[in-house]
Write a protein that binds this ligand. Sequence first.
Ligand SMILES: [Zn+2]
Length: 512
Amino acid sequence: MKKRTFQIFPFLVLLLAALSLTVAAGQSTSQPGGDERAILDSLHTISSHTLYSHVEELVSEKYGGRLTGTPEYDACADWIASLLEKWEIRPGDDGGSYMQSFPNPYTLVFPGCEVYLRLPVNGAEIRKHYRFDDQFIPGGTSGSGEVTAEVIYVGYGVTAPDLGYDDYAGVDVKGKILLMEREVPVAPDKDVELFRKWRPYSFHQYKLENAVAHGAAGMLYNYGPIGNPNNSYDAGFIYSHVGEAVVTDVFAGTGRDHKAVVEKIRETMQPQSFATGKFFTIKNVTEHHPDGIGANVIGLIEGSDPVLKDELIILGGHLDHLGRMWELMPGANDNATSVAVMLGVAEAMSRCPVKPKRSVMFLFFGAEEQGVAGSEFYVNHPLFPLEKTAAFINMEGPGVGDKVSVLAGKNFPDFHGFLESANGRYIHRVIEASSFANIARPRQDTARFLWKGVPSITVGAEEIRPVPRAPSYHNTRDNLESITPEIMEDIAQLLFAAIMDMSDEPALDFRK
Ligand SMILES: [Zn+2]
C-alpha cells in the first residue's frame, strides 16, 4: 500500500496544483476554494450514523423520557454539556456553566393507572377497562389516588362572564367527574380577534383550575389521547386524557350524539352541559415535586470578527420530552432528532478551521413540554442581548419525512433565503416555507422570541406523500423505528452551511 501511495503522489501534487489554479482563475467556476473548501469538508463530516446514535442515546431508558426537573433530565443535560466541553465550545454563561437553571415543578406518573366504566347490570356491575396509550393516557399533572363518580359533560369547561358564556351553568359538578373538550368554541385560524377574547380560557391550566374551583373531583379530558405534562397541579384532582373510545361510551344511550353536541355549541355559542348518568373510575399513581429545578443547556462559539462577534445567531431546539406516563415516552422526533441535528452542527462547526464571524449559540431548551418555560426563562434572562440576536433557528421534528419545512419562513423571506441558497448548493431537498399565523399562544419556543422581536423560524421535516400510520405524537409510538436518519443529516448540513453564510454576511437585518 505504501509503495503505491508514493507512486501516485506526484500526480496528486499536479492535480491539486491544477485545481487551485482553476479556483484562483475565478470564483465563477463551481470549484470551491479557500474557506469554502474547508467549510464544505466540515459539512461532509456530518453523518447520519452519528446523528442516529445521538437519538438512540437520548431516547434510552437512563434518561427516562427527559422530563425537565427529574434527575434523568439532569443526566441528559450533563451528557450534552460534556459533548460541548469536549468540542471546546464555551459555556453560554460567562461564569463557566453550560446550565441555565430555573424553577420547574414537575409530576411523575407511575404504572398502575386506570380508567374504567361501571355499568350496572341486574343489580351487579360490569366494568369496562380502557387501554393505556391508545384509549387513555394519565394526566401528566394528575393528583394521586382514585375517584369514582358520575360523569358530567361540561363542553369546553369555560366560565366567561365577559363573554356571557358558562359551561357550568345549571349543572352540579361537586364531587363529579367531568368530560371536557380541549380548546374553546372558536378557532384562532377562523377569526383571530374573536379568538383573542377567548384566549385566556383556552389554556389547559385555566380549565383544570376552573374545574377545581367548581368542586369537581376528576376529569376525562377529550384530548387525543396524547400525553402532556403542561398543566396545573391540584392534589385532590384526578384526571386522564381520553379519546374516542371513552367519549363514545359516555354518550352511548344518552340520546345525544357527541359530534352533534360539539357542533351545536360552536354554532349557537350556547353551552350543552348535562349529567350523563354514566359512572367511571379514574385511578392514577403520581408524585408531585413542587420544588423541581429545570435547566437550559447553552454553548457558544464566539465570532471571529472583532465587530460582528457582538451579533448572535442561535440554533435551538428543546431537549425535554414527557418523561414516563407510565411507560417511557421516547420523544424520538419530539425532539431528540432536533438535539441530534444541533449536536451535528455544533461538532462540525467546532472542528471547522474556518470560524463563523458572528457568534453562534447552541441553545437546548428545557420544559418546552411544560408551558414552554425554558425559552420563557431565557428571553427574560438572555445570556446575549436580544437586540443583538440577529436570528434564531429553532427545530421541531427534523427526523421524519423527506422534505424540509420552514415555519415562519414566509414571514422572514430574507432569512429563509439563506436556507434556500444552502439547500440549492449542497442538499437539493424539497424545501417549503410557511407562515406563522397564530402567535396568540406560546406553542413553540419561537413564540417567546418573536414576542421579543427576534426573527425566528422553525425547521423540521415532513413527508411529501404522507404515509398513513397510527399517530405517533406524544405517545409511546414516537420511537426510534419512526426515524429517517438521512433527512437529519441533510438538515444538519443545510443548517451548518446556512449559519456559516449568515455569520459572514456583512449586514444581517431580518427585522426590517
Ligand atoms: Zn412535544
